[in-house]
Design a binder for this molecule. Structure first.
Ligand code: PHE
Length: 372
């Protein structure tokens, strides 16, 4: 299970990796729009910090420099992720070795910070996931985790039970944040499941004719508080997807654009300017290539996406299953449509044919599938 992160084609793996191991956040210049929302390491107040500072008397302590290389214990066990949960698989998470991963969420830091005695904190950083390929998914993205612990006198005065009180405060806080950032947007709460919270919710925002999940949250499982010597308390936690928020805020249609070094993109955003809207520059045409193959039992879409990204990097926009059938002999065939498109230039036929050829070769040698 060698570590293979599909680094953005415009970035330098070496520099990214050194920033990984020193635990420092991504270079600011590469993250202009995101930086405008979160101001990693910055001195100026950003919109999210500003909101929490303004609305809570006790300060939220901010962490934005914790190493993304964490133990499986921190990433999973400490936050009660069951032993058989999919997120633990090599198909979903980048393992450095059997006991070490690139964090797949900023929740990996909840327990260490609770144990250090913090009661209100925000953790911002880069997180890593093996995933499918489309306009809203990228293997590296940024999250902000928020945790707030209440003491009994806070909910006792309200007449509500502890869990209802925390859930109410949580939803109120996050709706307030959404209003602060977006003004008027269409949003909805969806009940969901996380191992570390109960009840759990997702907040979705209507964007580009679809509901897009921008955060997960809930009332912290009592077991987590117990393990950090907070038996008598109740807490809430949330994890925000910062690129997703920035996409809505700035009307950025494709998550790959955050990695673009194209001046036409980067010059449109500057820190502290939340009013900017992305002005599309000439959008180049996509080119679609289909590939059909018989799968083996070990086939997964994430592995396919890893192979495609390994060859085509940021030139691949979407990988989509368009046909799927099983024949009488029990063999299953998949057909995937790969959309190639650069955000920066027009691709030539030769170039795309070569990419597709290389993808097919790599699929055969790495995925144990039989091309049709
Ligand atoms: N860690 C969750 C995710 O990445 C988000 C979350 C954080 C949910 C905190 C609940 C509480 O999807």
């Amino acid at each position: 299970f060698a570590l293979s992160i599909p680094f953005p084609s415009s970035g330098s793996p070496a520099s990214l990796f050194s920033s990984l191991s020193s635990g420092s956040p991504q270079k600011k210049s590469r993250w202009a729009p995101v930086a405008a929302v979160l101001e990693v390491g910055g001195v100026k107040i950003n919109a999210i910090y500003e909101y929490f500072d303004a609305n809570y008397s006790g300060k939220f302590v901010k962490f934005d420099n914790l190493s993304p290389i964490v133990s499986t214990k921190e990433n999973f066990d400490d936050v009660l992720v069951p032993a058989d949960h999919v997120s633990r698989s090599y198909n979903d998470t980048y393992y450095v070795n059997a006991n070490t991963v690139l964090r797949c969420h900023t929740s990996a830091h909840q327990v260490e910070l609770l144990r250090q005695g913090h009661n209100q904190f925000l953790v911002t950083g880069d997180v890593y996931r093996r995933d499918s390929i489309d306009a809203t998914h990228y293997p590296v993205f940024h999250q902000m985790e928020g945790v707030r612990v209440f003491s009994p006198d806070e909910w006792q005065a309200s007449g509500l039970d502890a869990t209802s009180y925390a859930a109410m405060d949580l939803k109120k806080s996050l709706e307030g944040l959404a209003c602060h950032l977006f003004g008027d947007v269409e949003m909805r709460w969806v009940d969901t499941y996380f191992p570390f919270t109960n009840p759990s919710f997702e907040l979705e925002i209507y964007f580009q004719e679809k509901w897009m999940e921008v955060l997960g949250c809930g009332v912290t499982e009592q077991e987590i508080l117990k393990r950090s010597d907070r038996m008598d308390n109740v807490a809430w936690a949330f994890g925000l997807g910062l690129e997703r928020l920035a996409m809505v805020l700035f009307e950025i249609p494709d998550i790959r654009l955050f990695w673009s070094t194209d001046e036409r993109f980067t010059s449109q955003f500057s820190e502290g300017q939340l009013g900017a809207k992305f002005k599309p520059f000439s959008k180049f045409p996509p080119c679609y290539k289909d590939v059909s193959f018989w799968i083996s039992d070990s086939f997964t879409e994430n592995n396919l996406c890893e192979v495609v990204r390994g060859i085509a990097g940021d030139l691949v926009e979407e990988v989509q299953l368009i046909d799927n059938f099983t024949n009488k002999k029990g063999m299953t065939s998949h057909c995937y449509r790969i959309a190639y498109r650069s955000t920066e230039r027009s691709l030539t036929d030769e170039e795309i044919n070569q990419l597709q050829w290389n993808v097919r070769e790599a699929m055969q040698s790495k995925l144990n599938v039989v091309l049709r």
